[in-house]
Design a protein around this ligand. Sequence first.
Ligand SMILES: Cc1cc2nc3c(=O)[nH]c(=O)nc-3n(C[C@H](O)[C@H](O)[C@H](O)COP(=O)(O)O)c2cc1C
Length: 422
Amino acid sequence: MSTLTGKRILLVIAGGIAAYKALDLIRRLRERGASVHAVMTQAAEQFVTPLSVASLSGEKVHTALFSLTDEAEMGHIELSRDADLIVIAPATANILAKIANGIADDLASTLLLATDKKILAAPAMNLRMWLHPATQRNLEWLRANNVAFSGPDNGEMACGEYGPGRMSEPLAIVSAIESIFAQGETTLPLPPGVGVRPSRPPGILAGRRVIVTSGPTHEPIDPVRYIANRSSGKQGTAIAEAAARAGAEVVVISGPVAIPAAAGATTIHVETAREMLEAVSRALPADIFISAAAVADWRVDAAAGDKLKKSGSGAPSLHLVENPDILATISQHPTLRPKLVVGFAAETTGLIEHARQKLARKKCDFIVANDVGAGTGVMGGAQNTVHIVETGSVDSWPKLDKDAVAARLVGLCAQKLAENAQ
Ligand SMILES: Cc1cc2nc3c(=O)[nH]c(=O)nc-3n(C[C@H](O)[C@H](O)[C@H](O)COP(=O)(O)O)c2cc1C
């Protein structure tokens, strides 16, 4: 049995006159039990056809970096990793220069940069190209950086000159391949700490589903005007991100906001309170519902179908009706009440008292109360001072960044869930 039996060789054929010898190399490798996947540069296709290479290798030949089918079947990263060794034959001055300079502008050079395998190059080029200081400088760098070489040989060139630059004979390349395998491992190690994703401890909300409402709602007056509030969605988004970081599956139902959607969560965009309720209901069941949105209490009874116009007979009067109460509806859901329901109370006066009344009325587990009075800067700002209002207790947190409030709130939710389970 040959030392190459079962070895997977990725052969990069570059655009040199010696490309025809790559066909013989494929044959010799396969005779010895190796499999050969070939990648050809565009220039190589001028010298040998992909069809000849595919016929001899018995494998699909890869030529394009941006090939949807190839990338779906075996992308450039897999191609470069799925082999035991990469062989470039012939290796043109150009491809050696690309590797030495980290250029990745086609399939061959990209996979050569992305590979974690040793590379053996069989250079073939005109004598002056070989002797050129740029090529020699590149070779020096390549030798020092895990690229092995077979050849080039001295001899008569296709261009009529004599000297180094002829590609090694296929059998000499086979011997070089065998000696690389004889040396042992062909996968190059990565520096410590990279490569394998470090395993993270499961988050405190791992396996939990969390629904967060966030931002304001817009209640239309007519097709161009609406009633809204100053909520920015920052606190709700921060909570959603903190819950996602804690390992939860998070759905955010967000009113119209100008900030990016929460990272790590699925965001559903809505406009009105009624749409928000419908979206939350559809997102159930969940373990936790956090109602951080500033939902409009009222909407215009019958929003005008066309833009209201000044008519000379005075301002129109808007008849308001109450919006559905999302927090109370979810908190008192007959079948799908989440294990933990958290409300927010944004008040400008009587903060704790109003929060207590809200807690009793809505039947949620606790209320996060915050003072949003003029001068607090909470609405739209980066910080928040909140009080956790439960039946019989109030825990006042210091002024914190909204991210810190979110992280602490997620911790509290995880703790409550664990207590409830006991
Ligand atoms: C007829 C012909 C023969 C060539 N032979 C070689 C060669 O043996 N070695 C080489 O480095 N370049 C050779 N070249 C130049 C390369 O084809 C050219 O540098 C090309 O950009 C290489 O592209 P690649 O490295 O992506 O395959 C030759 C060009 C022509 C037109």
